[in-house]
Design a protein around this ligand. Structure first.
Ligand code: B12
Length: 225
């Protein structure tokens, strides 16, 4: 039963049928299916398939755009049903997608998961420059800067931000955590990030581990894949 609805959601997102996807997501919630499963097994699976087919020139940008819109509609439907963590305020996170990159679905999921697990999250949106990340993180007195990148051309800005902190002699000002399609643990280690994870759920575990450790920013890489 649950598998059936999730497969139908996956098909609706793949086809870019946002109204049908929302209707099915509501049915899934009523059937007691976990909102995270609806997002991951329903929507993300469809986007992964679209991404692969886009790569192979089997589908084109309009189809991917419609799929992305349907996914967002599903996320908007299910996120109000995610349980808010009962834990006390754990720290402030500034999150955004790197400069030149307009992909916001994964970034928003990470932000939502962190917010529902006790973090105070400021979501800056997409196409965020290094200057803007630092300016707002300083104004907000953030603990953690979280950067998402889905394009190999935008991932460089993660490195740029860490280099900037280093060159200002302020690497210990913020923990910097990163993620997104082309990002790997090796890349995170290479640029001296503090954390990397492969998914939004694992991002919570990774950021929790950072918050609970007594390491300073720049001292250790925490990976959850
Ligand atoms: C949907 C989509 C789009 C939509 C975006 C809609 C939106 N509002 O976001 C649209 C159609 C607009 C789009 C545009 C483009 N796209 Co696009 N897109 C995708 C697609 C199919 C899915 C991305 C997605 O949302 N996945 C679902 C989410 C949930 O997964 P995720 O982002 O990876 O996030 C998870 C983890 O990575 C992690 N995570 C993510 N961020 C962070 C951050 C932190 C701190 C942490 C800890 C973890 C974390 O947690 C998330 C949740 O579990 C991917 C293919 C793919 N499978 O990734 C291509 C893809 C990313 N796109 C691609 C390309 C090329 C483009 C375009 C350049 C196409 C074009 N010719 O115009 C443009 C770029 C526009 C721009 N300047 O950004 C390529 C990138 C290739 C590359 N390596 O550089 C991909 C890989 C497709 C492909 N196979 O070629 N795209």
């Amino acid at each position: 039963m649950a598998e059936d609805i999730l497969l139908k959601i996956r098909d609706a997102v793949y086809e870019g049928e946002d109204e049908e996807a929302v209707e099915l997501a509501k049915q899934a919630l009523e059937a007691g299916i976990d909102p995270t499963d609806i997002i991951e097994k329903g929507g993300v699976a469809a986007l992964d398939q679209l991404g692969e087919e886009f790569d192979n020139l089997e589908v084109f940008l309009p189809e991917v755009m419609l799929g992305g819109d349907a996914m967002k509609a599903v996320i908007n439907t299910v996120t109000p049903h995610m349980e808010v963590g009962k834990s006390a305020f754990k720290g402030k996170v500034i999150i955004g997608t790197a400069k030149g990159d307009l992909h916001d679905i994964g970034k928003s999921l990470v932000g939502t998961q962190l917010a529902t697990h006790g973090y105070d999250v400021v979501d800056l949106g997409v196409d965020i420059s290094t200057n803007k990340f630092l300016e707002i993180a300083r104004a907000e007195k953030a603990d953690i800067i979280a950067i998402s990148s889905l394009l190999t051309t935008s991932q460089y800005y993660m490195e740029e931000l860490i280099k900037r902190l280093d060159s200002e002699g302020k690497r210990d000002e913020f923990y910097v955590v990163i993620g997104g399609g082309p990002i790997s643990a090796e890349y995170a280690e290479k640029i001296g990030a503090d954390g990397f994870s492969r998914s939004a759920q694992l991002a919570v575990q990774m950021v929790d581990a950072i918050s609970e450790s007594d390491k300073k920013p720049g001292e250790d890489l925490v990976v959850r894949v």
